[in-house]
Structures are given as structure tokens and as C-alpha cells.
Design a protein around this ligand. Sequence first.
Ligand code: SAH
Length: 213
Amino acid sequence: MINYHLAREELVDQLERKGIKDNLVLAALREIRRHEFVPTNLRARAYEDSPLSIGEDQTISQPYMVARMTELLQLHGTERVLEIGTGSGYQSMVLAKLSDRVFTVERIASLAKVAKERFERLELRNVVQKVGDGSLGWREFAPYDAIIVTAGAPEIPNRLVEQLAEGGRMVVPTGPRRVQDLKVVHKKDGRITTTSAGGCVFVPLIGGGGWQE
Ligand code: SAH
């Protein structure tokens, strides 16, 4: 029998050593049971700091990357957050703990369905999800105080910049298909500034604002 609680504590200690500083983010990762977001046969590896396969050629992101991207969004509990790439739903739950409301979009229906069942079982009431091409955003509920793209785009998707609220922040992996640069976009006084937060590797963002299939 694996002691998931202990394994999780050790993982979060490791993330702290790797430079994650936001205490709210660290607390969320201490609390959320990542092993419930991975296929049963991979549960024993749920607290390794690595991405894991979730089927359909997709992955649950590496915990360090989840923590780093969330930290960059600087959430305080009042934000409306748009997530592109629901995948397992793990990142959605981290966001749900730290913000007011999460809108999450996934293009693969079977993954969205499994994530939905998890949100229901975990009684997450502030997550709204849909199946669709999130590279074009989710106009109905825009603007968003924070946007997180958990798949790699060739360039920063225009529609997402448009749907960012004044004062808002977006994190999006951008660059060639195999390795990207984590971009941080700020909208201040209607102006866009972009900085880089280092290298990363994500599955491709596929759609109108991303790669062709
Ligand atoms: N945040 C997820 C990471 C999933 S990997 C987690 O914590 O598990 C990225 C996901 O983005 C994949 O599930 C993939 O299907 C999805 N994706 C790729 N392109 C997309 C698009 N245009 N719109 C919505 N989701 C997309």
C-alpha cells in the first residue's frame, strides 16, 4: 500500500526546492490528490515530478510546470480564469482552489468526460467546462483575469489576448512543436507586454489559433 499523503508531501517539498515560492500554490498541491487524476495503472507514479500519459496521446502536466504556471498567474481568489486543455482536470482543480471561477476547454470529448466525472465526484462547483477548440478562447464568458494554455502554440493566440481582461495575465507555451518557451503576457492600460519564463515541453495546441492536426 502506497502512502500517497507522504509521497505528496515529498513532492511539494521538492517543488519548493526547485524554486516554487507561492504559498497558496504549494498549499493547493499539498491538498489535491494527483493520484485520482491519472489512470489506475499509473497511480504509483502520481507523485513523481513528471508528466504521465492519460490516453489519447495526451499527458497530465509535470507538477513543477503546473505549480510554475499557476504561480505566474498570481491568483488571489477573486479571479475568473480560462484554461485551455482540460486534460485530466488536475490543473483545473488547482486553479479552482485559488480563484473564483474556472472555465476550461478541452478538444477531446473522451478526456473532457472523464474530467467531468472527477469534478462531480470531488464536488468542485466553480468549474465550468466545454468541449471545443480553446485556441479561439471562450467568448461567451470573456474577459478573463487569467488565462492558462496547457498545450504548446506556434504563436501567442490572438483571440486569447483579446479575451484577457485589463490587468490580466496569461501563460502560454509558444514555439516549435517539440520544445517551447513559456510566455507570460500582461495586459496593462490596454497595452500588451510579453516576457519569457523559460523553456518547457508540451503536447501541441491543435486548432484555429494553434497547429493544424
Ligand atoms: N491541464 C491538463 C494538461 C493536459 S495536456 C492537465 O492538468 O491534465 C493538454 C491538453 O490540451 C490535451 O488534453 C489536449 O487534448 C488539449 N488541447 C490541445 N489543443 C486544444 C485546443 N485547441 N482546445 C482545447 N484543448 C486542446
